[in-house]
Design a protein around this ligand. Structure first.
Ligand code: RB5
Length: 157
């Protein structure tokens, strides 16, 4: 997964709970080996150290908001709790990646700045492919920017 012209070097803030720590480690290694930057890692050292996924999601999303251009990568058992928490934070557009088409569209149409994966529901190779599909894609702007702006304004006022 070496960054190509379309797949530019990206800086990541990464986190997991105990349910996602094994996949988190695999993806950290993969991203670093691929030339991407891992700016921070949040979460337990191993799967036996139980933590609450919202604490990790909030910490990682705050880093993403404070670091323009960076992406967040969150892993828990299903990915659901991370995505639900992340999407409550202003400035975050979190996508739960489950298939290659929606992984691509989460970037092309929705300009997601946080991606969430579920270790207990995905095989490692599938998770890698989803991450790759997202990174290969580019935000298409245009009408999608207008819609993203409306997403970000939803719930305000
Ligand atoms: C932890 O047991 C589990 O609930 C968590 O990893 C995640 O799947 C929550 O959405």
């Amino acid at each position: 997964m070496h960054p190509s012209n379309r797949d530019s070097v990206t800086r990541f803030h990464i986190g997991s709970d105990h349910g996602g720590v094994t996949l988190r480690r695999v993806l950290v290694d993969l991203l670093q080996a691929s030339g991407h930057q891992v700016a921070s890692i949040t979460g337990p050292e191993g799967a036996t150290e139980s933590v609450d996924y919202p604490d990790v999601a909030v910490a990682v999303c705050r880093r993403v908001v404070d670091d323009p251009g960076a992406l967040g990568l969150l892993v828990c058992g299903s990915g659901q709790g991370m995505a639900m928490t992340a999407n409550r934070l202003p400035g975050i557009r979190a996508a739960l990646l489950a298939d290659v088409a929606s992984a691509r569209l989460a970037r092309e149409h929705n300009d997601a700045n946080v991606i969430c994966l579920g270790e207990r529901v995905l095989g490692v190779e599938v998770a890698k492919e989803l991450l790759h599909a997202f990174l290969r894609a580019s935000f298409q702007g245009g009408r999608h920017q207008r819609r993203v702006d409306k997403v970000m304004a939803a719930g305000e006022g």
